[in-house]
Ligand binder design. Structure first.
Ligand code: AMP
Length: 276
């Protein structure tokens, strides 16, 4: 892959990278299709990155569907599918790490210590291996996309990031490889996370306090006893820092994480600035 990346760069090809952990679904497909519109060569990476999972998280049971992923990439006409092994990426002598400290400290970062460090490290490695001009991420993991964007600025990485909207099931549940962990009963209520965010979104306009919005989300979720809320926050979209109220000229997001049984769901909804 490193040799191919160098060759493509020498040939001045536009390369787009879609980094994934595999178990590809419609959400990933959307990123791949956008990559194909934007670049001459599309590289999809499938790597279940061990260093972004904390102790006790689901690294071992994270769904791996290699054959289906290969078939989907073939069908979509992906040019290069990069599936390194954990040993190739993190040999025993590996001793470095990338830490972004603005976008990645709150929200999921506060509950998953080391997670974003693991993500930033592997994403920078993938950028160096593949040498893309473009990288495509999904809004579902907005904190990850924000952190990567900030890391790119801090390290002068010549990659343009595109963030694509969240692809959902018909009832609103954001597609995720982890949705397959949900029991039938949990799956029935899972979409309520998005319904709750939407209920708050309906009243979001400049001046409305964060607490008003987060209370609406919390009250809605409280009606479904299976949910255990981890966080609900109003943050600015670029740096993921908490804000006290919806501002007229700032793009912000209502963002939440909640458990259904042992499955952790995240979702967010963007509140665009309204210019009068
Ligand atoms: P993952 O394989 O879950 O690590 O995700 C790989 C990429 O796909 C990340 O940029 C995710 O944000 C993106 N992604 C995952 N689920 C969705 C979705 N439902 N809609 C859009 N993008 C998604």
């Amino acid at each position: 892959m490193q040799a191919l990346g160098a060759q493509l760069q020498a040939k001045k090809k536009t390369v787009a990278l879609v980094p994934t952990m595999g178990c590809l679904h419609r959400g990933h497909r959307c990123l791949i299709e956008v990559a194909q519109e934007r670049a001459q060569v599309v590289v999809v990476s499938v790597f279940v990155n061990p260093v972004q999972f904390g102790p006790g998280e689901d690294f071992d049971k994270y769904p791996r569907t290699e054959a289906e992923d290969i078939a989907m990439c073939k069908k979509l006409g992906v040019n290069i599918l990069f599936m390194p092994s954990a040993g190739e990426m993190f040999p025993p002598y590996f001793s470095s790490g990338v830490e972004e400290r603005q976008c990645s400290t709150g929200l999921c970062g506060a509950f998953r210590p080391g997670h974003f460090r693991g993500v930033a490290t592997v994403v920078l490695m993938l950028f160096n291996i593949v040498r893309p001009q473009i990288a495509i991420f999904g809004q579902k993991d907005i904190q990850q996309a924000a952190m990567v964007s900030k890391m790119i600025v801090d390290f002068f990485v010549p990659v343009a990031v595109f963030i694509m909207p969240t692809i959902r099931e018909l009832d609103g549940l954001a597609l995720s490889s982890r949705n397959r962990y949900l029991s039938e009963e949990e799956r029935k209520v899972a979409s309520q996370l998005f319904v709750a965010l939407n209920a708050a979104y309906q009243v979001a306009k400049p001046g409305v306090k964060a607490k008003v919005l987060t209370d609406i989300v919390a009250a809605h979720l409280a009606r479904f006893s299976l949910f255990r809320v981890q966080y609900i926050e109003l943050v600015d979209s670029a740096f993921m820092s908490p804000i006290e109220a919806v501002l007229e000229r700032l793009d912000c997001m209502l963002i939440a994480a909640a458990y259904l049984g042992t499955t952790r769901l995240i979702d967010n909804i963007r509140i665009l600035p309204c210019h009068k």
